[in-house]
Write a protein that binds this ligand. Sequence first.
Ligand code: GTP
Ligand code: MG
Length: 191
Amino acid sequence: MKAEYITSAAKAEQLPPMSHPEFAFIGRSNVGKSSLMNALLNHTGLARTSRKPGRTQMANFFCVNDKWHFVDLPGYGFSATANMEHREWQDLMDGYIARPVVARFLFLWDPRRDFDGDDIQLALALSDRAPLSLVLTKCDKISRSERLKRQKILKTALSSRGVALLSVHAISSLKKEGTEQLLDELLTATP
Ligand SMILES: Nc1nc2c(ncn2[C@@H]2O[C@H](COP(=O)(O)OP(=O)(O)OP(=O)(O)O)[C@@H](O)[C@H]2O)c(=O)[nH]1
Ligand SMILES: [Mg+2]
């Protein structure tokens, strides 16, 4: 697997030209977006991770096998430090979401939490634009039975609000569980 950093965009106007199908990693701060990208690409440190929420403050583009772009997007929902203003985040997200080259939105979610109204709105906006997968992160932190239970609840919460899901994945980037299956699904999804 060849993976290389391309560019970063802090604002919608800085988003790069659309040249490859894109897989976008979206979710709350600290949910494990950067860690998942590193696990998928087998590259510790390609996307920077942190214990502190708000690490990724720009949309970071990586080219994979000269064929796809993986896009690590800044997290939302963390306001304790004014890392990135909500309005800036929203502008970048609106600009990003409108890109017709998005082949898949990966909506990352910690299965121990419940969605609030904003999360559902975001999932709806994403599913309107491109196929959406729900990716449950940090599954090493809960038991298998708890994971199955939460997976069902979260899936129903989205579908009952009209969010169409292409697939649901339960993963642990730490233990590399579920990551290969997700990668297979992505890399066979587009020609
Ligand atoms: N136990 C466990 N911890 C994880 C896993 N994935 C990520 N983490 C931890 O969660 C924290 C946040 O991970 P990041 O990958 O930086 O999260 P992010 O979503 O990119 O965060 P922002 O860029 O701040 O939005 C780090 O301390 C990671 O080590 C996992 O699968 N299992
Ligand atoms: Mg990050």
